[in-house]
Design a protein around this ligand. Structure first.
Ligand code: MTE
Ligand code: MO
Length: 338
C-alpha cells in the first residue's frame, strides 16, 4: 500500500453544499424543438441523481490517485494552463437506470472544451495493471432505495486510446453552469450521459470496475451474451424533428428531417411512411468528431389520411434500432394529411 492510499480518506479537502439535495430532473425541449445543431446550455436537460453541489472554484481541487506512479492534485488554474482541446459530441441521457426497455429521447449536441485525459494521465505514469478509470463526483446521498458515498462511474482504460475523452471546464464557449457540473466534468464522447461525471473531484486508476450503486445495481442492462452489459457506448438512434405530430396540408411536399447519432457513427438512416412496413433511404450528413448527424428525406404524401412516420438508423458496425422495448427504440410521429 502506498502512502497515498493510507492517508487518503477518499474525501475532498473542501465542501460543496448541495442545493437541492435530492434527485433533480429538468427537461426543456421536445424532439420537434431540437432545431439547433448545437444545443444552448440553457436549454440542456438537467439530470442529477443525488442533488446539485455548489463549488467554490478557489477551494476546489482535482485528485488523480490509485494505480499511478505520481499522484497529482490540480487546481482549476492548473487545468486551464494545459493545452485545451475541443470536442463536439452528442449528449444523451440513457433514461431510467433500471429500465432498458424504455426510450427516454433526451438528447443534445454540444461543444466541450477542456484537457485531454489520456495526455494528463501519461504525466502520472499509469501502472501496467490499471484497467479502469473511476471518476468521482462531489454529489452524495440517496437515490431511490440506494445510498452512495459519492456519484462514482467507471470506464475501461482502453476507451482513452480512441481519443476525445476530456476533462471539460467549458461548454459551447461558456463556463459550465452549476447544474451542468461546474467547475469540471468528464466527457466520454460516444458513451451515454450517465458516464459524463459532473462536479468531478477525484480520478482513480484501478484493476476492476468500481463498486458503488451507479456501476453495479444501476446502469447494467441484460445482455444475452454477457449476462449484463454496462451502459457505456450508445447504440445507433435517430429522432424525428420535423414534421411534428399533427395535421399537414394536402398537396405539398413534406421535408422529413431529424438527428441521428451513436458511438460508432451512423452509416444509414431509413424512413418509413407506414409505421415500419416499408423503408426508404434518407440522406445523412457525415459526422464531425462525435456529433449527431442530420438526416433528411423528401416525402410526397400519396393520399389524404393518417400516417405513422418512423426513422431507423444503422451504425458503421451494422447495428440497427429495434422497433420497441429498447433505450434506442425507433421514434415515430403521426401526421394527418387533410
Ligand atoms: N456527478 C454526477 N454526474 C452526473 C450525474 C449525476 O447524478 N451526478 N448524472 C448523469 C446523467 S444520468 C446524465 S444524463 C448527465 C446529464 O448531464 P446534464 O445534466 O449536464 O445534461 O449527467 C451525468 N453526470
Ligand atoms: Mo441520464
Amino acid at each position: 500500500m502506498t502512502a497515498e492510499t493510507i492517508h487518503d480518506a477518499h474525501s475532498p479537502s473542501f465542501t460543496a453544499p448541495m442545493d437541492p439535495a435530492r434527485y433533480t430532473r429538468r427537461l426543456f425541449l421536445e424532439p420537434h424543438q431540437l432545431v439547433e445543431r448545437v444545443t444552448p446550455q440553457r436549454d440542456l436537460f438537467v439530470l442529477a441523481h443525488l442533488g446539485i453541489p455548489h463549488v467554490d472554484a478557489a477551494q476546489w481541487r482535482l485528485a488523480v490517485a490509485g494505480l499511478v506512479e505520481r499522484p497529482m492534485t490540480l487546481t482549476l488554474d492548473d487545468l486551464r494552463c494545459l493545452p485545451a482541446r475541443e470536442v463536439e459530441s452528442f449528449h444523451q441521457c440513457a433514461g431510467a437506470p433500471r429500465r432498458p426497455d424504455l426510450a427516454a429521447r433526451r438528447v443534445a449536441n454540444l461543444v466541450w472544451r477542456g484537457v485531454d485525459l489520456a495526455e494528463l494521465l501519461r504525466g502520472c505514469g499509469v501502472a501496467a495493471d490499471a484497467k479502469f478509470l473511476w471518476a468521482y463526483g462531489l454529489d452524495h446521498g440517496r437515490y431511490e432505495d440506494l445510498s452512495a458515498k459519492w456519484y462514482v462511474k467507471d470506464l475501461p482504460l482502453g476507451r482513452l486510446a480512441e481519443g476525445g475523452v476530456i476533462l471539460a471546464y467549458e461548454v459551447n464557449g461558456e463556463p459550465l453552469a452549476p447544474e451542468h457540473g461546474f467547475p469540471l466534468r468528464l466527457i466520454v464522447p460516444g458513451y451515454y450521459g450517465t458516464n459524463t461525471v459532473k462536479w468531478l473531484w477525484r480520478l482513480e486508476l484501478a484493476t476492476a470496475r468500481a463498486a458503488g450503486p451507479f456501476t453495479t445495481v444501476l446502469y447494467n442492462d441484460p445482455d444475452p451474451a454477457a449476462g449484463t452489459r454496462p451502459v457505456w457506448e450508445a447504440p445507433p438512434e435517430s429522432l424525428l424533428v420535423a414534421p411534428k405530430s399533427g395535421p399537414l396540408p394536402a398537396g405539398a411536399a413534406v421535408e422529413i428531417w431529424g438527428w441521428t447519432w451513436g458511438a460508432a457513427g451512423i452509416a444509414k438512416v431509413e424512413i418509413s411512411p407506414d409505421g415500419g412496413e416499408t423503408w426508404s433511404a434518407a440522406t445523412v450528413e457525415p459526422r464531425r468528431q462525435w456529433s449527431w448527424q442530420r438526416f433528411t428525406f423528401d416525402w410526397r404524401p400519396p393520399r389524404i389520411g393518417t400516417f405513422t412516420l418512423a426513422a431507423r438508423a444503422t451504425d458503421a458496425r451494422g447495428a440497427t434500432q429495434p422497433l420497441a422495448k429498447a433505450r434506442n427504440a425507433i421514434h415515430t410521429v403521426t401526421v394527418t394529411i387533410e
